[in-house]
Every structure is written in structure tokens, then in C-alpha cells.
Ligand binder design. Structure first.
Ligand code: GDP
Ligand code: MN
Length: 431
């Protein structure tokens, strides 16, 4: 295919099992149950999973829900009155640091699962990523689709990215489609209940497939296997501010597992049984919980107590996954991947509408050390209807809403970022 040029691989991907010898070994400490003390500590945490976070952890004083939300919102706003520079106390690398040496990229790629019909919107996103960050680094891109990418799609994208390696992959039918263990009558019943509850996309099969694929599929795609870190790219989002250090190197050099910009609540009906299914898994496999995990944050029940009730023990607070930078070795290790098998058997991607965002959040929230999860507060970002709008030095951002704007209006009870800051964020991340 001449028009594609040398730097492009056009691939009909096949899923291969990731073999453990490729794992970094970084996470082995989390699975070390050789010391009975640590297993005891883990069992103690597992006993807490079906109870709400302690009241003292959430709020030192008696508060109504309204007072709690007002206080959280004030906390959130205050955070954004401080000028944001770059993470402090953490390793930062940027191109040009050692001009006489060639710059070594991290083992990382952008990834976008996208439809042909979203070409314009994905061009808009890529243009912003390139101008705020990647025109200095030229990290590669992988585009994935359940259908063949059109020639027009490929040509336009390649023209936009002359200096990056770009690969287009088709997802195998059997990796994308609903698996055969799904009981169709139960699925129909589940979809109807979700529709009655007004849950978005509940009757759209492709959306369920997408959520499942972004939860447990994409990092197994053949084109993704050579990479460790990914940065997810969604059509139609906005990047407002210059990103002046290498985010992938940042993840690697500081041992971060997962990076996000926005945290919010989900429709509880969509994840009705995700938490009980997970607790059941951990009771069978207690070694997988991390003793320094963010479990208390997942069990918060003051801001939207009815979410906690309807999701049977999970606040539904999650990192919004349309922006995420994460370490795929984390997904590929036994904790996450055997949990994913357990989730697949339970079938909640189809009987309910488990989103990839709550799945990633519960996964990293339980199997990772909370200090390895990073809020990129310096990244100006928008996916309708929510923002991360930092106060940055003059000239660093394009026109953006006022610092600290979370949403256009009226949705502040949906913002749970301040619960993360308050309950889980490490000192390193306070900058
Ligand atoms: P929302 O943000 O939850 O409203 O969901 P989106 O419609 O933005 O979908 C999330 C991501 O998955 C986007 O990158 C979409 O392009 C992609 N996506 C969703 N459904 C499909 C699909 O059926 N096929 C493909 N190829 N991509 C999809
Ligand atoms: Mn979207």
C-alpha cells in the first residue's frame, strides 16, 4: 500500500496472550504473601470492603449531605486558586534537557479506539495533542477499530502526523463481540431495567462492546503489546494548555501506574453488581489487594449516599477514562487480569453496563498503591460536559473557562475529585 509510506503498519490484529516473562516485576511486591503479617493486613482490608469508609476518614464533623458537598466544592475551588506549575518533588524529564544527547522516548503510545465517522473530531483532538505536547516528542499512535479504517481516514491521519509512527488495527470479531457465555434473555431483561432507570447507552450493544474492550481487551491487541504506557485519545476533546514535560517519562520515572484529570460519579445502575462481584473475587484471592490501596475512597458514602446504596458498596466515583495515561503492565499482571476473567464470567458488561472507567478505577483503586495514582492537575482538559481547568502562567493556555470550573453549571455534586485529594492523594502530588 504505497500511499501509506514506510513508517506505517496496517494491521489486522490478533490477540495474543501476554506472557508473564515480559512483566517488569515491579508489582511483585503487591503479591508477596510470604509474610503472614501482610496477608493478615490484606484480610483486614477485605473485611472492610462491604462497609462504608469511616466517617472520620470522610469528615471530622457531623455534616448534612449539602454541607459535605459545599465543603468539598470549596476545597476543590481552593485548589485551583493556586498557580499550577509542574509537579514538584517528582522526577521530570523534557526534551532539550541534555541537548547534546539524543532524547530517548519512553516505551509508550497514544491509543484511540475510534470510528470512521469520527474522523473530524479525532483530527481536532490530535491537532491539540500535537501542538501542546507531541510536536516535540513524536510519540507513536495506534488507532483501533472494530471495522476496517477507510482510506480517507488513514490518509488524513497520516498527513496530520508525518513524524510519528502510526499504526491502524482492526479488532478481531471474537475480541470485540459479545462473548458466548452471555445469557441473551438475562441481557434483555438487564437492558430493559437500565433503560427504565434512564442509564445512557443501555440499549446500544456497541457501547457495551466498547466498554468491555477498553476494560480488558485493548492492551492485548497485537499492536499494543510492544508498549508499556498508553495515553488514551478521544475524538472531540480539548487540550487547553502547553504540556512541557514528557508525561510518559513522568509515569515511568516516578513509578506511576495510572494518571487522570477528572473524577466523577457514575450511574449506579450501570455498575449495580461490580462491587459485590469484586469483593467476591478478593475473598477468593486476598493476596491481590494492595495494603496501601485507595479502597476507602471507593467506599465513600456521604456525597451521593444513594449511589453507594444502589451500587451495593461502591461510591461510583471513578477516574474519567477518556483521558488516561497508564501502565499496561499493571493490567497484564495477575491481579488485574484474573479479576477481569472473573468480571467476564459475571457478565456485567452486558447484563448491566459496566463502564471501562469504573472498572479501571476499581482495579487501580484496589490492586495498586494509591501513591502510584496521579492527578495531572496541570493539564487543561475538556470532555463535554466536564473540565479540568488549572490556573497556569499567562500564555500557557488557550481560552479556557475560569480556573476550577468543573462543569457548565449545577453539576457540582457529581464532582468527586476532592474526595480523592482528601482521602488518597499523596504528599508528592500536592504541588
Ligand atoms: P462517551 O464519551 O461515553 O459518550 O462515549 P464515546 O462515544 O465518546 O465512546 C468512547 C470511545 O470509544 C470513543 O473514542 C469512541 O470513538 C469509541 N467508540 C465507541 N463506540 C465505538 C464503536 O462502536 N466502534 C469504534 N471503533 N469505536 C467506538
Ligand atoms: Mn467520549
Amino acid at each position: 500500500s504505497e500511499i501509506l509510506g514506510d513508517h506505517v503498519t496496517y494491521y489486522h490484529g490478533k490477540v495474543k496472550e501476554y506472557t508473564s516473562d515480559k512483566l517488569s516485576g515491579l508489582y511483585s511486591s503487591a503479591f508477596d504473601s510470604s509474610s503472614s503479617n501482610s496477608l493478615e493486613a490484606k484480610l483486614e482490608i477485605i473485611d472492610m470492603l462491604d462497609k462504608p469508609a469511616l466517617k472520620q476518614e470522610l469528615s471530622p464533623v457531623e455534616q448534612t449531605r449539602e454541607e459535605f458537598i459545599a465543603e468539598r466544592h470549596q476545597g476543590y475551588s481552593n485548589l485551583f486558586t493556586k498557580m499550577i506549575t509542574e509537579p514538584k518533588g517528582l522526577q521530570l524529564t523534557k526534551i532539550g534537557d541534555s541537548p547534546d544527547q539524543p532524547y530517548e522516548l519512553a516505551n509508550a503510545t497514544f491509543v484511540s479506539l475510534v470510528r470512521n465517522s469520527e474522523l473530524r473530531a479525532v483530527i481536532s483532538t490530535i491537532t491539540q495533542i500535537e501542538s501542546t505536547f507531541n510536536n516535540k516528542y513524536h510519540y507513536p499512535y495506534v488507532f483501533l477499530n472494530d471495522e476496517t479504517f477507510s482510506d480517507q481516514f488513514k490518509e488524513k491521519i497520516l498527513k496530520l502526523l508525518p513524524n510519528s509512527k502510526v499504526e491502524f488495527g482492526v479488532i478481531n470479531r471474537e475480541d470485540w463481540n459479545k462473548p458466548s457465555n452471555i445469557d441473551l434473555a438475562k441481557e434483555e431483561e438487564g437492558v430493559k431495567a437500565l433503560e427504565d432507570a434512564g442509564v445512557g447507552y443501555s440499549a446500544m450493544l456497541s457501547y457495551h462492546n466498547m466498554c468491555r474492550y477498553y476494560s480488558g481487551g485493548f492492551y492485548k491487541h497485537e499492536l499494543m503489546q510492544k508498549y508499556r504506557y498508553y495515553w488514551r485519545v478521544e475524538p472531540g476533546v480539548k487540550y487547553f494548555c502547553d504540556i512541557e514535560y514528557d508525561l510518559f517519562k513522568f509515569m515511568h520515572d516516578n513509578n506511576k501506574v495510572y494518571g487522570f484529570v477528572i473524577a466523577l460519579y457514575d450511574s449506579p445502575e450501570s455498575v449495580k453488581s461490580l462491587w459485590p462481584t469484586t469483593v467476591e473475587f478478593l475473598k477468593q484471592n486476598p493476596e491481590y489487594i494492595h495494603v496501601n490501596s485507595a479502597h476507602a475512597w471507593l467506599r465513600e458514602n456521604l456525597q451521593n449516599p444513594s449511589n453507594y446504596e444502589r451500587a451495593h458498596g461502591y461510591s461510583t466515583c471513578h477516574f474519567w477514562s477518556n483521558f488516561e495515561i497508564a501502565d499496561m503492565d499493571f493490567y497484564r499482571q495477575p491481579a488485574y487480569s484474573s479479576w477481569m476473567e472473573h468480571l467476564e464470567k459475571a457478565g456485567g458488561f452486558y447484563y448491566e453496563r459496566w463502564g471501562d472507567a469504573p472498572v479501571h478505577s476499581v482495579g487501580v483503586g484496589l490492586f495498586a498503591d494509591k501513591k502510584d495514582i496521579h492527578w495531572f492537575r496541570d493539564i487543561g482538559y475538556f470532555h463535554p460536559p466536564y473540565y479540568n481547568a488549572p490556573l497556569r502562567e499567562k500564555g500557557k493556555c488557550l481560552k479556557m473557562p475560569a480556573p476550577g470550573t468543573f462543569a457548565g453549571g449545577g453539576l457540582k455534586d457529581q464532582d468527586c475529585l476532592y474526595n480523592w485529594v482528601n482521602m488518597a492523594m499523596g504528599e508528592d502530588d500536592h504541588y
